[in-house]
Write a new protein. Structure first.
Length: 103
């Protein structure tokens, strides 16, 4: 995930320097949590602030079918729907009716 840098720092794992306003990207959730807690980076960047290429990458990561043919507005809606479905505990692709069953 991508995060906005709030205070300048040098990442101890990559030894890359980040200045205020840069974007920090990492898949290490523990490292991200530490940096957020210490005030070095903000939480996840709002989807509305991502460019078209970043939106497509986010849609791919979320498993959204047909993302490659979607326009920017469609990607935004699909990503938001996928995040809502994820927080509701559902799984599956967005844009389709899904039925969740439990045993």
């Amino acid at each position: 995930m991508k995060h906005k840098v709030l205070k300048s720092f040098i990442d101890k794992t990559s030894l890359v320097g980040y200045n205020e306003g840069n974007t920090y990207e990492s898949t290490d959730s523990e490292r991200v949590a530490f940096l957020v807690d210490q005030g070095y980076i903000a939480g996840e960047i709002a989807v509305e602030n991502l460019d078209y290429i970043q939106l497509k990458a986010q849609a791919k990561n979320l498993g959204i079918k047909g993302y490659n043919k979607m326009k920017q507005e469609e990607l935004l809606a699909a990503i938001e729907a996928a995040k809502v479905a994820d927080t509701d505990g559902e799984s599956g692709t967005t844009g389709e009716d899904t039925q969740v069953t439990t045993d």
